[in-house]
Design a protein around this ligand. Structure first.
Ligand code: A3P
Length: 332
């Protein structure tokens, strides 16, 4: 589909008249708000979805069957999912693909194509993919909120979830840039103030951000063997420590021999912002869902919000975080 002027919109953001007819009646009964790119967002089980993503989510809920050995990377949009996809993929496949090898899959493939989103990619467009034949451990990702995940993903204890989030101020700024990038010239850009007010009201893709994070935080406290809760900021601050913790959680700790070969450091090197963003595939390639790969690499820093938010905006986000996270020991 073409949006008139520049590059095509990602498929999951297309206009509602392009989604499948039988789905329309369900959608028509859901609360609806204007989205940040092209479509409306619809509120389903407490969270806001573009229609196509919602349709795929419901398909996942009805059809996805988890296995004991599955690994799920769950995240809020713009939390650094691309980075962690690269890290987990390299970690799990390090024997088959040593991270310093010239033909490592990351050299020629964007992380989103190596670790597919179930709702953005696998179950998109009314398809039910054959995931049974995928080799174990199967590695998937999703932005679907905890209580809307396919039941088997939540219920099978040994199906592991790695949850990634990031401080809301940087998430918001990253989201503002990303959604503006997806808008055509014709649509123009959304103002920072407009997107800010939507984000604060929870009306952003898979928002409210705070509920998404809190639900997973609470679950990780109850069930630390199943859900590994990780913050972007912690991964930036001490990547080696968190990579080692992650390897242990996923049941593939680094051996003494690997330590001798600097395996963990090599993984972090190939997954670094500098390396990934500089690769030809990420400078000029596109995902099957329509986005340019380079849209997923902007600055990759902690605290970039200081360059965009007024003091009042920062205070407002802090206040919401205090209200929403108060009572839990979750802080950013
Ligand atoms: P910024 O917009 O703040 O730069 P997601 O992958 O969930 O869509 O998140 C995108 C954010 O992660 C962007 O943040 C992007 O620059 C950052 N990012 C992508 N790859 C990264 C990497 N290898 N290391 C650190 N940050 C990365």
């Amino acid at each position: 589909m073409s949006n008139g002027t520049t590059s095509p919109l990602p498929k999951y953001l297309v206009q509602e008249d392009e989604i499948f007819k039988e789905f329309k009646s369900l959608i028509s009964n859901l609360p609806k708000e204007k989205g940040m790119v092209a479509t409306h967002l619809h509120q389903y089980q407490g969270f806001w979805y573009p229609p196509r993503l919602l349709q795929a989510t419901i398909l996942c809920q009805n059809h996805f069957q988890a296995r004991d050995s599955d690994v799920f990377l769950v995240s809020t949009p713009k939390s650094g999912t691309t980075w962690l996809k690269a890290v987990i993929y390299s970690l799990i496949n390090r024997k088959k693909y040593p991270p310093n090898s010239e033909n490592h899959p990351l050299v020629s493939t964007n992380p989103h194509d190596l670790v597919p989103f179930i709702e953005v990619k696998l179950y998109a467009d009314n398809q039910i993919p054959d995931i049974e034949s995928l080799p174990c451990p199967r590695l998937f990702s999703t932005h679907i909120p905890y209580f809307s995940l396919p039941e088997s993903v939540r219920d099978i204890h040994s199906c592991k979830i790695v949850y990634l989030c990031r401080n809301p101020k940087d998430v918001f700024v990253s989201l503002w840039h990303f959604t503006n990038r997806l808008r055509s010239k014709e649509m123009g850009t959304n103002s920072l103030e407009h997107v800010f007010s939507q984000f604060c009201n929870g009306v952003s893709i898979l928002g409210p951000f705070w509920d998404h994070v809190l639900h997973h935080w609470n679950q990780s406290k109850e069930n630390p063997g199943k859900i590994f809760f990780l913050k972007f900021e912690d991964l930036k601050r001490d990547p080696l420590c968190h990579l080692r913790r992650l390897a242990e959680f996923l049941g593939c700790p680094f051996s003494a021999e690997e330590d001798g070969f600097w395996m963990a450091e090599e993984i972090l090197k190939i997954c670094s912002f500098k390396n990934l963003s500089g690769l030809e595939i990420n400078q000029n390639g596109k995902l099957s869902s329509g986005e340019e790969n380079k849209a997923f690499f902007r600055r990759g820093e902690v605290g970039d919000w200081k360059n965009y938010l007024t003091d009042e905006m920062a205070e407002k986000l802090d206040e919401i975080s205090e209200t929403k996270f108060g009572g839990s020991d979750l802080v950013f």
